[in-house]
Design a protein around this ligand. Structure first.
Ligand code: DGL
Length: 251
């Protein structure tokens, strides 16, 4: 009998659905179990010890599902809690930061390219992207925490004057980048607006696509199933999260 493959995807809230979208499109897995800690979002403004405690609590939830692997879609968790999660799980736990850095390296962008990292305060302060990108040979790096992007995206404002003025607030003094790391689950939803803001349409690195590429490298086969079954759980108001999933994922 064909083995059933089940992946868990964890995020602080709804944003990780952007990673679910990429994983769904690749049809690697029979089942996707998504858990959003909607009662305690945002994580990106919390300190590393709190983020790690929340992540370990989420891990206990996932232990009920006989998972083959777990992906933490949340960059803030990927930045701070991966070693502890891995030490406490009996299945592989993947973060999104290393796959994002690999995607940048695989892009073939010149080492002189200007790289703009966008992430939560927790992610940027961890220095994980900065160190990894530097180790990949790039030295022209800037990191910014556009915290207001998160509520703007939660409001569904993926374009228009509000988003434009928030982008202006964070980007007005920034040198035009050649690549932008969308180092937060929410940012892929405004990737087009960010790309259009800059005159040279920089390369956009998206966690969902990066982790999907990485899972292929790890031996998972795309288009293995007709359709993945998606189960959604939340620490608060799961119906709201399901409604967002319906809208964002169109399913
Ligand atoms: N999921 C978070 C991340 O990718 C963004 C939202 C939050 O701050 O919890 O870092």
């Amino acid at each position: 009998m064909k083995k059933l493959l089940r992946i868990g995807i964890f995020d602080s809230g709804a944003g990780g659905l952007t990673v679910v979208k990429s994983i769904l499109e690749h049809r690697f897995f029979d089942e996707i179990v998504y858990y959003g800690d909607t009662a305690r979002v945002p994580y990106g403004t919390k300190d590393p010890a709190t983020i790690t405690r929340y992540a370990l609590e989420a891990l206990e939830f996932f232990k009920n599902f006989d998972l083959d692997l777990l992906v933490t879609a949340c960059n803030s968790v990927s930045a701070h809690a991966l070693p502890e999660m891995r030490a406490n799980a009996d299945f592989p736990v993947y973060g999104v930061i290393d796959p994002g850095i690999r995607a940048l390296r695989n892009s073939g962008l010149d080492p002189s390219a200007r790289i703009l990292i966008l992430g939560t305060r927790a992610t940027v302060q961890s220095g994980r992207y900065q160190q990894g990108i530097e180790a990949a040979g790039y030295s022209n790096i800037e990191a910014v925490s556009p915290s207001l992007f998160v509520p703007v995206v939660e409001e569904g404002l993926f374009e228009g004057p509000v988003l434009k003025s928030v982008m202006e607030h964070y980007f007005k003094d920034i040198e035009t980048p050649d690549a932008v790391i969308l180092g937060c689950t929410h940012f892929p939803l405004i990737a087009d607006a960010i790309r259009d803001y800059f005159p040279n349409a920089p390369l956009m690195i998206h966690s969902g696509e990066a982790i999907a590429e990485h899972l292929q490298e790890e031996g998972y086969t795309p288009h293995r199933v007709e359709k993945s079954d998606l189960k959604i759980f939340a620490s608060e108001n799961p119906d709201n999260l399901k409604a967002i999933a319906k809208k964002w994922l169109q399913q």
